[in-house]
Write a protein that binds this ligand. Structure first.
Ligand code: G6P
Length: 472
């Protein structure tokens, strides 16, 4: 088997298992931003991608897809429960999102996490070329960098953390806090979304391991008495802005945006929320604010409609099941009180949609509501901005997202402050075109300049620097 010069290791492969027209199993590129981001890089180099095929117990041999070598890692039904739903999404996810939901600490889950991380590390060690790069993605695989370094000391290792890294006071709860920090420090380059995340990580390194840090560098003592350096710094991720701009110019998608407004009964303002159905996204807070605006008579059904897309996510995790019940109860109550035969208060869609339909929704929306309680970045905010080439539309954005560090011309809110959020939503609804345009223009400049291609290039350039100094 040919070896790859760049290996991406992520929980999921960049493809989804589907059935073709004849009912045969086939693969389709997944819609995610990371996949689009790395697509071009991977085709240029000899690239491989190690990941889970998305179904437990599915055994598939490595195969080539669109110029990338894909290496499936198998997970059993039990590992799906203990590693993915358990440790990744029942322990790390809530802990790293500031304990919005209560993290559960189970030794069985940890054991599965170690076992599965080792499997990913071994698969990467198999395919990477001598002196090549391995780029590990996200919180499901925090132990892979160190495991891989032990197996393949010749390779340069990067790790990018897509979600927040919490303050030490919270991180310290983790019974395996030392092992996780050591796992991450196996990488040469450790990337975070925000400067604050990198700072939190460095503080944990100082507190737990007593290693020295100086600006972005961390000094890691080696068994032979020498030391090596790793860097931990922010690389805020972005979107493929150009592809969103192109979709937004497509006449069929523009026509669809007009049709959406008509089908909603021509409200004068459409508010939009687009999220995975996740407790970090602040969907309940948003519904509460909107429901109260209706109660107060500050908005009227028919005049203002909220479209809420909540795409199904992690249905096997209890906290997500509870959240779904709560949201659906709330939507049902608000709509029951305010809908008319012709108009709805909230058009709630518990579905995922293709990118074309999402762009039509963004184009139709006068106000975009991103009210996350904590979010690593939030790419929805950037997508909304990218499609509005006419500089119309208002972004209401939570301060607790990574995107808020960059999109400072949005209407920034604290989603815990329901009164403040209500006033800001009203301000967004009433904002004059000139102000919309001024704000949107400055946000668009930012998103178009810092697109995901630049993000990938910055990260890989830092890996190159490590390789150069290692060769010297
Ligand atoms: C977040 C995480 C990703 C994850 C995605 C979807 O964006 O940072 O690592 O893939 O959510 O979640 P899922 O559990 O369906 O992969």
């Amino acid at each position: 088997m040919p070896k790859a010069d760049l290996v991406v290791v992520a929980n999921r492969l960049p493809v989804d298992r589907i059935q073709d027209e004849s009912g045969q199993p086939a693969w389709r590129r997944s819609p995610g931003g990371l996949v689009t981001a790395l697509e071009q890089v991977m085709q240029k180099v000899d690239g491989a991608w190690v990941g889970w095929a998305g179904k437990p117990g599915l055994q598939v041999d490595p195969f080539d897809f669109d110029g990338t070598h894909l290496v499936p890692v198998e997970l059993s039904e039990e590992e799906l429960e203990d590693y993915y739903e358990g440790f990744a999404n029942g322990t790390i996810w809530p802990l790293y999102h500031d304990v919005i939901a209560t993290p559960v600490y189970k030794r069985r889950w940890w054991d599965a996490y170690v076992r599965v991380n080792r499997r990913f590390a071994e698969a990467a060690a198999e395919v990477v070329d001598e002196g090549g790069f391995v780029w590990v993605q996200d919180y499901q695989l925090q132990l892979v960098p160190q495991m891989l370094r032990e197996l393949r000391p010749d390779v340069i290792i990067g790790y990018f953390h897509h979600i927040p890294f919490p303050a030490y006071g919270l991180y310290a709860q983790l019974p395996w806090r030392r092992q996780v920090v050591e796992g991450l420090l196996g990488a040469d380059v450790i990337g975070f979304q925000r400067a604050a995340d990198a700072g939190n990580f460095q503080r944990s390194v100082r507190r737990i391991l007593r290693y020295g840090t100086k600006r972005e560098s961390i000094t890691i003592p080696q068994p032979d008495g020498t030391a090596r350096t790793a860097i931990a710094k922010p690389y805020p991720i972005s979107i493929d802005a150009q592809s969103f701009i192109e979709l937004a110019q497509d006449p069929a998608i523009r026509a669809r945006a007009v049709e959406i407004r008509e089908q909603l009964g021509n409200p004068s303002k459409i508010l939009l929320g687009v999220d995975r159905l996740d407790y970090t996204k602040g969907i309940r807070h948003r519904l509460k604010a909107f429901g109260e605006l209706l109660d107060d008579g500050r908005v009227e059904v028919g005049d203002v409609t909220l479209v809420q897309v909540a795409s199904p996510s992690r249905p096997g995790v209890e906290a997500y099941q509870e959240l779904r019940d709560e949201i659906e109860l709330t939507v049902g109550r608000i709509n029951g009180d305010y809908d008319t035969i012709h108009h709805t208060a909230i058009r709630y869609l518990h579905q995922g949609f293709p990118r074309e339909e999402m762009v039509a929704l963004y184009l139709a929306a006068d106000v975009m509501l991103v009210t996350a309680l904590r979010d690593g970045m939030n790419l929805v905010a950037k997508e909304y901005v990218a499609v509005h080439a006419d500089n119309r539309g208002v972004l209401v954005l939570s301060e607790f997202t990574g995107a808020a560090d960059e999109l400072t011309s949005a209407l920034l809110i604290n989603p815990h402050d329901i009164g403040g959020m209500k006033d800001t939503i009203m301000r967004a609804i009433e904002m004059p075109a000139a102000e919309q345009s001024r704000r949107m223009r400055s946000m668009r400049r930012r998103v178009l300049e810092n697109d995901v291609e630049r993000w990938g290039r910055r990260f890989l350039a830092d890996l190159e620097t490590f390789r150069d100094s290692r060769r010297r």
